[in-house]
Design a protein. Structure first.
Length: 322
């Protein structure tokens, strides 16, 4: 069944309309047997809110299907109606009731400077609860911890130079295994697929950066539609040209993500197809390692290349057989 699930996730990009039809029966079979969805507490910390907006853009399955069949969203400041003290109480009661069972989804980095004062999740009569307090406490009682987006996974833009809030990743705060589902924002399939995997089979296989290999195993470069131009050393002279954008600062060769075939916005487009280079938004060194944007990678140091089949210091005549 796990292999079947992985195949559905891989094929999803090619046949998006099929995902719901194929995945839901697996999930319903699971529910029939176990009678439950994945209990989730979702905390937003230091980020731009882009990840939950992206998640709401889930298409196959739609958000309603995800809530109905895959996750039981117990707390989320974005999706729930409760506010103020009711919300605080709800979080407290929920975290106790589902202790050891819930999945903690953290969206955003965690500021450490001045005891985490720069991101306050909420205030109570007893004082402020910072992102650092909330993630530390909720993380200890969670069954799984999922970092949604690059800020939560690696610090991301929130920890970019000069990082005056001392922001860092969830992994750096918690002494336990964290599943990093990076991206700026995270692709809805990556997050939904990871949560569905946790419900059905537990931990997915992770790469050395703690990301599910299901979505991050190959580089953007490997499946890019402009790869044949790269292999012929046929490079764009300016943005908008049809050739490979390595010359325009594309960091697809060092970026693990399935964007070229999964795509975004209801599976219709992705950066290179939209005539802009991949800026490496899933990478641990994003954005500092990708800047200045639109500058060729060798001039940025060219470090961290993960596509073992290609010398990324410069394009060359290649066999194109990978
Ligand atoms: Fe595509 Fe960028 Fe690789 Fe060129 S360098 S083939 S544009 S991913
Ligand atoms: Fe991000 Fe590059 Fe995909 S910028 S969205 S990983 S093509």
């Amino acid at each position: 069944m796990e292999k079947e699930f992985e195949k559905i996730c891989h094929n999803a990009a090619a046949n998006p309309g099929d995902i719901l039809g194929k995945m839901l029966p697996l999930i319903k079979r699971h529910q029939h047997k176990h009678k439950k969805k994945l209990p989730v507490i979702w905390i937003e910390t230091n980020d731009s809110g882009d990840n939950n907006i992206s998640f709401m853009n889930s298409t196959f399955p739609y958000l309603g299907d995800i809530f109905q069949n895959i996750i039981d969203l117990l707390y989320s400041n974005t999706f729930m109606a409760a506010q103020g003290e009711d919300a605080v109480k709800l979080l407290d009661i929920t975290a106790r009731k589902y202790s050891g069972e819930y999945t903690l989804v953290v969206e955003g980095a965690i500021p450490l400077r001045d005891n985490g004062l720069y991101t306050v999740i909420f205030r109570t009569r007893k004082g402020s609860i910072t992102a650092l307090d909330a993630v530390t406490q909720l993380g200890q009682r969670a069954k799984y911890v999922v970092a949604a987006g690059t800020c939560a996974s690696f610090g991301g833009p929130s920890a970019a130079r000069p990082n005056i809030t001392g922001s860092t990743s969830v992994q750096n705060v918690l002494q336990r295994k964290v599943i990093n589902v990076s991206g700026c924002p995270v692709n809805p399939d990556w997050l939904m697929g990871t949560l569905a995997h946790l419900l059905l089979f537990g931990f997915p296989d992770l790469d050395e950066l703690g990301r599910p290999t299901l979505f991050y195993e190959f580089t953007v470069h490997r499946h890019c539609q402009r790869r044949s131009y790269f292999d012929r050393n046929d490079l764009a002279e300016s943005l908008g040209d049809i050739e490979c954008m390595f010359s325009q600062g594309c960091v697809g060769p060092k970026t693990g993500a399935d964007c070229p075939y999964r795509q975004w916005d209801n599976y219709v487009n992705w950066p290179v197809k939209a005539n802009t280079p991949c800026i490496g938004c899933t990478n641990p060194d994003f954005p500092d390692g990708s800047t200045p944007f639109f500058t060729p990678m060798p001039q940025k140091g060219g470090e961290g290349i993960v596509d073992e089949n290609t010398d990324m210091t410069q394009p060359k005549e290649g066999t194109g057989n990978d």
